[in-house]
Each structure stands twice: as structure tokens, then as C-alpha cells.
Unconditional design. Structure first.
Length: 178
């Protein structure tokens, strides 16, 4: 029997109704937020390539994230070790979704950048995620405004939007838009 329990939480985008079956657990937390373990992806706008990775428990903890494959081809391939794959319950990165954080300096939106050194890997089926710091040389940050979107080629089952649509909920106080 499916849980399909919905709750209301306060987020950086206001009060939202979420399906608890879509909460992603981060057993190690995230860099700078090690005590925050449960997050949900929220769409900012349906057409926007950016999402908010929102803490379920702390309204002010929400990270701006993006699917790097909206901007890069599959040549961006974070290294995920055996221990991380085991925690994620995956055998290869193709079984998970990859997100990167987006930083926007105050007062300088033209300097928005994708952080490629701390990708977030999520197994949506198991609802578990990890931030997997990358070591070595190569791209560390890429200015978002210098990039052009890549044609969508991902399978529908691996996109960050899975489980991210806040309009899907149907709490008593929420009014679905569909």
C-alpha cells in the first residue's frame, strides 16, 4: 500500500504542499548543511531550467540547482566511487540524475555560475541523494550566461523535474492547476 502522504511546508518560494513520497534523503547532508537530510525539488517556473533543492525541515535552506545536461553534453561525467554508488543503490551514474548548484553573487546576476565541483547525485527510485565532491583538474565553475541550452535528449525517467512539480500536490488547502 502506497504512503502517498502529503504535507505542507514553508519554503523559500512560500508555503507548498509536497508529497512525502517525493522527499529525497541525503544520509550525509550537503556541504554546509550536514544536519539537513531531507529535501525536495521544487520548480521555480515550469519553463525554467533551474530548481530549488529545498530542505523539508528548514525553510531558509534551499539551494538553487540545475541539470548540467541542459547546458553540457554527456562529457560532464562526475566521478562516483564504489562507496557512493552503494549508498545510492546504483551500479552506474546512468541510473541516477545529476544536479549542480548555481551561485548568483548579490547584485551581479550576470556572474551566475554552475558549480561543477560539488555535483548532487540522486537516485529517484530509492529517493536517496549524495553530494559527491570532485577532485582534480578541469572545469570548476562555468558562467551561466556564457552557455546555451543543449537540446533535451535525456530519458524522461532521469530528469530532475521528476517529483519536482509543486503543482502536483492536492492537499486540502492547495488548488491544483491541472
Amino acid at each position: 500500500m502506497a504512503r502517498n502522504k502529503e504535507i505542507e511546508i514553508d519554503t523559500r518560494l512560500g508555503r507548498r504542499c509536497i508529497d512525502t513520497d517525493k522527499v529525497v534523503h541525503f544520509p550525509r547532508g550537503l556541504a554546509g548543511f550536514e544536519n539537513e537530510r531531507d529535501f525536495i525539488l521544487l520548480q521555480i517556473r515550469p519553463e525554467a531550467p533551474l530548481l530549488i533543492l529545498q530542505s523539508v525541515n528548514t525553510p531558509v535552506v534551499g539551494l538553487l540547482v540545475a541539470d548540467p545536461y541542459s547546458f553540457f553534453d554527456k562529457s560532464y561525467a562526475p566521478q562516483v566511487g564504489d562507496a557512493e554508488r552503494q549508498l545510492l543503490h546504483i551500479e552506474s551514474l546512468e541510473q541516477a540524475a545529476v544536479l549542480v548548484t548555481v551561485s548568483i553573487p548579490a547584485g551581479a546576476p550576470e556572474q551566475a555560475a554552475l558549480n561543477l565541483t560539488g555535483p548532487i547525485v540522486i537516485n529517484y527510485e530509492a529517493r536517496v541523494g549524495l553530494q559527491v565532491p570532485q577532485c582534480g583538474e578541469g572545469l570548476q565553475q562555468v558562467n551561466l550566461h556564457s552557455l546555451k541550452p543543449v537540446e533535451e535528449t535525456q530519458d524522461a525517467g532521469t530528469t530532475p523535474a521528476d517529483g519536482a512539480n509543486p503543482q502536483e500536490c492536492c492537499c486540502a488547502k492547495a488548488t491544483p492547476t491541472e
